[in-house]
Design a protein. Structure first.
Length: 246
């Protein structure tokens, strides 16, 4: 699963990397505020690149909402949807059959640029958050799908069965987000609706050896702590995890 991400790169850096343009320059100051930890269940606005306008970088609300809803239905829907994950993730194995995903997977795919993301590791019935990022700090491109609700974009991050690395980290659910290589980004945003081509991207392994993964503070999971701070990405030593080797 992927419910926690980091987005600290400003819009101009993302424009340069992905060769896109921010959809509305007036939102730049707001969207340029760095977020070291975003909790998906707060349904934050996150910059993404939509398939329908792949030359644009636009804000989307994290948590996909059915297209038959109206803008004033979004908040009530999130309250109802929290019991099944809030629409934050979509299982890639079900995207061609699930009522909420099957239309979006063909025509409303998106790329979500992040610095990295957080996953829980379970040890003796206790959870330890891990931060996962690119070894060279280049950021990661996550695959997603979205819907349009009036003027709002609502999106979900796609997940799949864990790789050997993520089986060790996310050792209960054994899932991971779909991470796109640089070569796959344009394919994901292309106009193709060919099921085989889309599945090929979803099922392609992302090289584990290009990722840096380490435990961080349990403040990440604490509702009483301010976890949207630079220190939340720093390595935290836990003696009880000495056995853990990546």
């Amino acid at each position: 699963m992927c419910f926690h991400i980091s987005t600290t790169r400003n819009s101009r850096a993302l424009e340069k990397r992905y060769q896109v343009k921010l959809s509305d320059d007036t939102i730049r100051p707001i969207m340029d505020q760095p977020h070291y930890h975003l909790n998906g269940f707060a349904h934050p606005n996150v910059l993404l690149i939509p398939q329908q306008k792949p030359e644009v970088l636009a804000p989307g609300v994290w948590g996909i909402v059915p297209e038959n809803k109206q803008p004033n239905d979004i908040k009530p829907y999130y309250k109802e949807a929290v019991k099944f994950g809030g629409g934050l993730n979509a299982q890639s194995e079900k995207v061609f059959s699930h009522f909420l995903y099957k239309n979006s997977i063909r025509t409303k795919r998106c790329v979500i640029p992040v610095d990295g993301f957080f996953e829980p590791h379970d040890h003796q019935k206790k959870k330890y958050p891990f931060f996962i990022k690119d070894k060279n700090d280049q950021g990661l491109s996550l695959a997603g799908i979205y819907t349009l609700i009036g003027t709002y974009v609502t999106f979900s991050i796609l997940t799949k069965k864990a790789s050997p690395l993520f089986e060790k980290i996310h050792n209960i659910k054994k899932r991971q987000p779909v991470i796109l290589s640089d070569d796959q980004v344009q394919n994901w945003l292309s106009e193709t609706d060919d099921e085989a081509s889309i599945k090929d991207v979803l099922q392609s392994p992302f090289p584990d050896d290009t990722l840096d993964c380490y435990p961080v503070s349990k403040d990440l999971f604490s509702p009483k702590a301010d976890s949207d701070v630079p220190g939340i990405q720093e390595l935290q030593y836990y003696p009880e995890l000495e056995h853990f080797k990546i």
